[in-house]
Structure formats: structure tokens, C-alpha cells
Design a protein around this ligand. Structure first.
Ligand code: ADP
Ligand code: MG
Length: 689
């Protein structure tokens, strides 16, 4: 039952099934003592006042609570209970509050506290009590949190008995070397496992949590750095000695503009990598429109000059096709064969010549989606792989790609999404980083304006003026996650409205539910200028390039995050014309949303926006998407919240690898053994996509 429901198959699994909370009814705390990593605590005091903030799903009731020495916020999210709470717990009434302190927007708060009249206070003597998650099926079978408590208590009792005898059980034996646990004053393993279930005090729980978090992050960094060092020492890379006809002809005869200083610098950095004899593994970060694709093209030409092939991998078919079109265009007059391979390229007649050409070396540049990873795709001499705009491969996965080649290709990962440093250290911890921090000259900064939905005619007049002078317009509708039907309806109604407003114009419509062939037809009609307005969902978010489009209208802009709005805005401003981004929102906006919109109207700087974005988002929003890139599951560490620990873990992983580079010292043997055991449990990477 435990195995089926919670994947607990061994004692060790059970030991690592940590309680989701502890309850400390032994004493009262003062607000000024609280920190974010405490268990559930009790406070005594009164509510000063209430406020309602946010809107939609983020609507919340905030109470300012004081114990006479400090103030903390209580927060509730269920709008239908707001009235009831305000009536029941009126300001000034003496209360006992019970809950877990949390950090939100840099301030301590407690979400959904239990509140009781102060006279009901009872202090228990039990110590901190653990609470375990269990499933409904388990509860029906009588295995609730209390039953889990019995299991863990028995198990921990056994382990403690064993560790005092000579037959020390391997479960309790610490795999971190003593030199490390001493230097960082880490709690020993056995104690920390016990304390994570049965802490004697809030402080012991905190120290146990610290050790477990550190340990999880340490093994992730050890894994990353081990892969990186192994590569540096043992994996040979292609050497691109020659700058030959392909590069030079393009650079001097076909390139229609000067490279920016930043583009030149990153190309120099990569060229240096390619001369070392080691495999390049680089992350290229640069804002939308900063010219990353062009850098990719120049590198591909360099590969060709040195007798090799290049492969460019995009996350979607539309993007792959766009790259393909760009490359075909730019390289049209040159003897370079570029081919496209995606899932949509079907049928023997179309696929076979591409596969054959790739195998013979006749195809110089292969552009595609995940399809290029299939076994049927064999390269004569693949020396450069460029992965565009993706966050889907973990470090270990990336290391395994193309490993079957005798000399693995250089790998360049390109991203337009600025990533916080500690996150990058984990997700891209094996990559060197190059940054393009400059836009091509002559770009007129995009002008961003805010319109209310109950919009004045002037918006339509302005758009009419742009279209009359030959420009094109994007109109984007958000995906509303609750219902696909609503999404479509939203888009369809919008589309009809635009058709009514501009009956004389041709208007395209693209959304995720369309067949990919239809989607492509519509996209290319717009790209070719056959249609003047493109009404779409966020499918156009990344990478699409139509320089003649100068207006981006974003409907319901309040529903998008900052980073996403910035990405969308980056679709215009790609030609020499003045471009506009129009953010359309409803009239009633929360303070947060107003600030978000204001930031976009004020700045075009992607890094500034990324920082603001992190400030606005709670760590919760980042978790789902970002945890997924790690090789081992994180049980209690959190990449967004435990940033400083990530750095500490990385530093110490380096110290360990320096001390025992061949993984042969007895002191570290248990550590390496544990790392390889974690590796075995890890997710099956063979199942990409
Ligand atoms: P990214 O991939 O970083 O979003 P792109 O490579 O698609 O950016 O470049 C955006 C646009 O800018 C393209 O139309 C490209 O041709 C153009 N471009 C790139 N580099 C330069 C440059 N140095 N000077 C002028 N235009 C450039
Ligand atoms: Mg791009």
C-alpha cells in the first residue's frame, strides 16, 4: 500500500518521507522571534485592521496582527469567507493565532491561520508533533498521519538502537565526510533524520532541515561538476582552426549589416572554446531581438569551413520553420545546403533525401525539432549543435546527447529568458555563459502604451494609420488555463470584433488547437504580408520574426506575467520603423498589476524586467517549471528559496572534487557510493520529449 500510494518501498524511503509540518503547542512565540523556516507556532495578540488586496485568483484578505512587540500579516485566499472572518475576529479582540510563518514579497506572513479566543490557550507537553500527507485510499485503510507517525517512530527507534551497537546499520551511517560536516557545523545524518520527524525543538528542526537541504543541493552540484570535469578532462572536441570561404563570403559579401560589439565578443568567446581541443558547452543569453540567431548562423558557417555539419534544434515546429526560412534566405546565394526535419516532414519521398544527405555530409546545416534526435538521423560529421530557446533538457540529458559520436559536437544553448543566477547554476550549471547585452543599432525603442478595454476610438485609428502606411499588426489573446473552450471563445470573439472593425482588411487567426499545417499556412500568409492583422494566442510568443509588423496589441494584458509580456513585445521592433506595444486591460486593476504595466511602459531592458519579475512572483510560481531540470528529486530544498545554499553547495562540491579528483580516497568513498545510488534512482532520461 505504501509503495503504491507514496512510492515508499524501503525503510530508507520511509525515513525520507518527511512530515509536511510540525506543530509546536509547547509555548507561545513572539512575532519578532519568527523566521520563515519555523514549524507551526502559536502567537497571542490582536488584529489591528483588515485590507483586501489583489484580484481574480490572487484576491486576498490581509489582517495586520500585533502582539504588542511586533506586527505580522495574516492572509486568506478564499474570497467567500472574507466577510465571515472579519465579523468573527473583529479588530481588538484578544486571540491565539496558530500557523506557519512564511515569506511573501520579502515580508513575514501566515496564510490561513487558525484563530481562537485567547482564553482557549492550552500549552501541551508533547514536543513537536509531525504531520504526514497520506492519500484518500490510505486514509480509508486506516493509514492516516497518526499511523505514519507510528511507523516512523518504530523505525527511528530501531536505527538508534542499531547505531549504538557494533552492527551499525548502513541507514544511519553518514556519507558526508567528517571534514565537511565539521567545517560547516552540519548536523550528523542520523540525528537529522530523526529530527526531521521528531525534533526536540524548533531550533533542532531548523538545523536538521538545513543539513538535508544542503545535502540535496550538494549532490546535485557534485553530479553537475563531475560531468563537467569529466568532459573537460576526457572528452575531445572538434578544433575549428580555419576561418574559410563559407564564413568569409557570408561575412564580407552577404551580411547586410555590421555585427554589434556584443555579437563580436560572444563569437570570439566561442571561437576560443573551439580552439582548445575541448568540447564547447555554452549558454548564450541575450534579449529578444539581440541577434542570437545570426550568431548561430556564423558559427554554423565556421563548422562548415572546418569540414563539418551543424544542427539547430528548436522547441516547436513553427520556430524550426522560421529558422529554416531565415537560414535559407540569408544563405541563398551560397553553396550551403540547409534542410528542415520536423515531425511534420512526413513520407519517405520527403524524408529520405534529407536523411541520406545528412548521412553523406551533403547537408551542411540540419534544422529541426526533437525529430533530429531520432536514431534514423545520422550525421557524416556533426561538430556543432545549437539548442534554441529551450529549458527542457536537464544537465545529465544534455551530456548524453550525441555522446555516441566519437568526438561529440560543440553545444550552444540559446535563451532569451534572463535566469536568476542560482537557478542558472543548477539548470545550466555545466555551461559557460556568454551574454549579448546590446541591441543592433538603429532600433527605435518600442513605445509601450496602456489602454483600457473600454477603449477609445483612438486605438483603432492609430492601428488604421499603421496599416495604411504598409505595416502589420499582431493581436494576442491570453490562454486562460481554467478552460480550453473559454480560450477559444475568447479568441473567436476577439477575432470577429477585429473583422467588424476592419472589414476591408485580411486577418489571420492562429491558435494552439489548429492543425499544425493550417497554423503554418496562416503564419506564413502573415509573414508574407498577405494578411495585415494576425489574431493569435500565445503560440507566437517565442522566436517569430516578421520585421514589417510594428504593432503588438496584447488583450487582457493583466493576465500575463511580466516576462511573458516582454517576450511578446519583442515580436515587434525588429525593423527600422517605430514600433508600438499596446497593453489593453480592464479598468479595475490591482496594485501589482498596475505596477507591472507601468514597468513595461517605462523600460525595454530585459534584465531589469526579469529582476522586477522575480520580485513580483512568489517562489511558488517558479518551482513547478524550474525544479524539473534537476537530475535528482529535491525533497525539501527549493531552488527559488534556497539560493544561498546553492552557492554553498557548489563551492563545497568543488572543494570535494579538488580533494578527491579520482574518487579513490577512503574518506570520500561513502559519498561517491551515495551519489551513484541517487543516480540509479533518478528519472529515466532515455525517455526524452
Ligand atoms: P534573437 O534570436 O536574439 O531574438 P535575431 O537573431 O532573430 O534575434 O535578430 C533579430 C533581428 O535583428 C533579425 O531581423 C536580424 O536579422 C537582425 N539583426 C541581427 N543582428 C543585427 C545587427 N548586428 N545589426 C542589425 N540587425 C541585426
Ligand atoms: Mg531567436
Amino acid at each position: 500500500m505504501l509503495n503504491e500510494e507514496l512510492h515508499i518501498a524501503t525503510f530508507n524511503d520511509l525515513l525520507h518521507y518527511f512530515p509536511y509540518k510540525h506543530i509546536d503547542r509547547t509555548r507561545l512565540y513572539y512575532i519578532h522571534e519568527l523566521t520563515a523556516d519555523m514549524p507551526f507556532v502559536q502567537l497571542r495578540g490582536e488584529i489591528l485592521s483588515y485590507e483586501e488586496e489583489g484580484e481574480g485568483r490572487k484576491r486576498r484578505l490581509v489582517a495586520h496582527f500585533t502582539d504588542g512587540r511586533g506586527v505580522i500579516d495574516f492572509v486568506w485566499f478564499q474570497a467567500n469567507s472574507f466577510k465571515w472572518i472579519r465579523q468573527k475576529y473583529t479588530a481588538g479582540k484578544a486571540l491565539i493565532a496558530f500557523g506557519r510563518p512564511n515569506i511573501f514579497n520579502g515580508r513575514l506572513n501566515i496564510a490561513h491561520p487558525d484563530l481562537d479566543p485567547a482564553e482557549n490557550l492550552q500549552l501541551g507537553k508533547m514536543g513537536l508533533q509531525p504531520y504526514y500527507h497520506t492519500t484518500d485510499r490510505m486514509k480509508r485503510a486506516g493509514i492516516n498521519s497518526r499511523a505514519m507517525e507510528k511507523f516512523t517512530k518504530t523505525l527511528i527507534g530501531k536505527i538508534e538502537a542499531a547505531s549504538t551497537s557494533d552492527t551499525a546499520d548502513s541507514i544511519g551511517a553518514d556519507y558526508l565526510p567528517a571534514s565537511l560536516t565539521q567545517r560547516l557545523a552540519l548536523m550528523p545524518l542520523a540525528q537529522s533524520l530523526r529530527a526531521l520527524h521528531y525534533p526536540a525543538s524548533a531550533d533542532e528542526l531548523r538545523r536538521a532541515t538545513y543539513r538535508q537541504k544542503f545535502e540535496e543541493l550538494l549532490f546535485i552540484q557534485l553530479n553537475i561538476l563531475r560531468i563537467t570535469r569529466h568532459r573537460q578532462q576526457h572528452v575531445r572536441g572538434h578544433i575549428f582552426r580555419r576561418v574559410g570561404p563559407a564564413f568569409n563570403d557570408f561575412y564580407y559579401n552577404h551580411l547586410p549589416f555590421q555585427l554589434t560589439t556584443a555579437q563580436k565578443r560572444v563569437i570570439r568567446e566561442m571561437r576560443a572554446d573551439m580552439l582548445t581541443g575541448q568540447q564547447m558547452n555554452r549558454l548564450l543569453q541575450g534579449d529578444v531581438g539581440s541577434g542570437k540567431t545570426l550568431v548561430a548562423m556564423l558559427l554554423a558557417l565556421l563548422a562548415i569551413d572546418n569540414g563539418h555539419q551543424a544542427c539547430i534544434m528548436a522547441p516547436t515546429e513553427i520556430l524550426a520553420e522560421q529558422h529554416y526560412a531565415t537560414f535559407r534566405n540569408m544563405l541563398a546565394d551560397m553553396p550551403v545546403r540547409v534542410e528542415l526535419l520536423t515531425g511534420a516532414v512526413k513520407g519517405k519521398r520527403r524524408r529520405t533525401p534529407i536523411l541520406e544527405g545528412t548521412r553523406s555530409g551533403d547537408v551542411n546545416i540540419l534544422i529541426g525539432t526533437h525529430a533530429v534526435l531520432e536514431d534514423t538521423v545520422e550525421f557524416a560529421s556533426l561538430a556543432l549543435v545549437i539548442i534554441d530557446e529551450q529549458h527542457r533538457f536537464g544537465v545529465a540529458q544534455r551530456a548524453r546527447l550525441w555522446q555516441k559520436n566519437d568526438t561529440p559536437p560543440h553545444v550552444l544553448v540559446m535563451t532569451a529568458t534572463p535566469i536568476p543566477r542560482t537557478l542558472a547554476m543548477t539548470l545550466y550549471g555545466d555551461l559557460d555563459v556568454s551574454i549579448i547585452d546590446e541591441l543592433p543599432p538603429g532600433r527605435k525603442p518600442i513605445e509601450t502604451r496602456h489602454y483600457w478595454q473600454e477603449r477609445s476610438e483612438s486605438l483603432y485609428q492609430n492601428i488604421r494609420r499603421e496599416i495604411d502606411s504598409g505595416r502589420q499588426v499582431y493581436v494576442v489573446y491570453p490562454l486562460i488555463s481554467e478552460s480550453e473552450k473559454m480560450n477559444l471563445q475568447n479568441l473567436e470573439e476577439g477575432y470577429e470584433e477585429w473583422c467588424r472593425r476592419f472589414p476591408d482588411l485580411k486577418i489571420s487567426k492562429v491558435h494552439g488547437r489548429m492543425k499544425s499545417a493550417d497554423k503554418d499556412t496562416e503564419m506564413s500568409r502573415f509573414a508574407n504580408g498577405e494578411t495585415q492583422i494576425l489574431v493569435a494566442t500565445t503560440v507566437i510568443e517565442v522566436g517569430v520574426n516578421v520585421p514589417n509588423a510594428t504593432v503588438m496589441v496584447i488583450e487582457n494584458a493583466e493576465r500575463f506575467g511580466l516576462a511573458q509580456l516582454h517576450q511578446l513585445r519583442g515580436r515587434v521592433g525588429r525593423g527600422g520603423e517605430q514600433s508600438y506595444c499596446i497593453l489593453v486591460t480592464k479598468y479595475e486593476l490591482s496594485k501589482d498589476t498596475r505596477q507591472r504595466i507601468q514597468i513595461l511602459c517605462d523600460t525595454n531592458d530585459g534584465f531589469e524586467i526579469a529582476e522586477a519579475d522575480l520580485r513580483f512572483r512568489g517562489p511558488g510560481d517558479i518551482e513547478g517549471t524550474q525544479q524539473s531540470g534537476t537530475a535528482f528529486d529535491l525533497h525539501i530544498a527549493n531552488l527559488a528559496r534556497d539560493g544561498q545554499l546553492v552557492q554553498l553547495a557548489r563551492d563545497n562540491a568543488n572543494i570535494i572534487l579538488d580533494a578527491d579528483p579520482t574518487q579513490s580516497l577512503p574518506e570520500y568513498a561513502p559519498l561517491w557510493k551515495h551519489l551513484s545510488e541517487l543516480g540509479k534512482e533518478a528519472i529515466d532520461w532515455s525517455n526524452i520529449s
